[in-house]
Design a protein around this ligand. Structure first.
Ligand SMILES: [Zn+2]
Length: 136
């Protein structure tokens, strides 16, 4: 089995299964990123438009983390803590999702994933005031 053998919609879930989502586009634009939050999460992200990422179950288990400009929205399961997806700061209306959450996907399929240099998105002053967690 290979990436091209996965059929749409791709099925994804967090570790505990509280949050389940579907992706209605082929796996494309896989990337890693070195902004201040992605380098800590260290996952490989797929890309989907807003309409192609659907939370099918467990919206109530999602928390969103925002900071600094409060534009990007980083979603994670409040039960198991896994980051499932995020709404990007740029371009707006584009989502990244955690490729490791996709059912049937094998991490061994991917090597040399392009690295997006987003160090310019690194926050300048991190403190508890601008690091907010909202409960959805
Ligand atoms: Zn979970």
């Amino acid at each position: 089995m290979r990436i091209k053998d996965l059929t749409l919609p791709l099925k994804g879930q967090c570790h505990c299964g509280s949050v389940i989502f579907e992706i209605y586009t082929n796996i494309l634009d896989l990337r890693r990123c070195n902004c201040s939050i992605c380098r800590r999460k260290s996952f490989v992200m797929g890309t989907a438009s807003e309409k192609d990422l659907v939370i099918t179950s467990g919206k109530e288990f999602l928390n969103v983390y925002k900071w600094n400009t409060n534009i990007a929205e980083h979603y994670f399961c409040k039960v198991c803590g896994i980051n499932t997806h995020h709404k990007r700061r740029t371009p707006l209306n584009q989502f990244g999702y955690n490729i490791g959450c996709i059912e049937g996907f094998e991490m061994k399929w991917i090597e040399n994933i392009p690295f997006i240099d987003n160090t310019s998105m690194t926050i300048v002053n991190i403190n508890r005031k601008n690091a907010g967690i909202e409960i959805k």
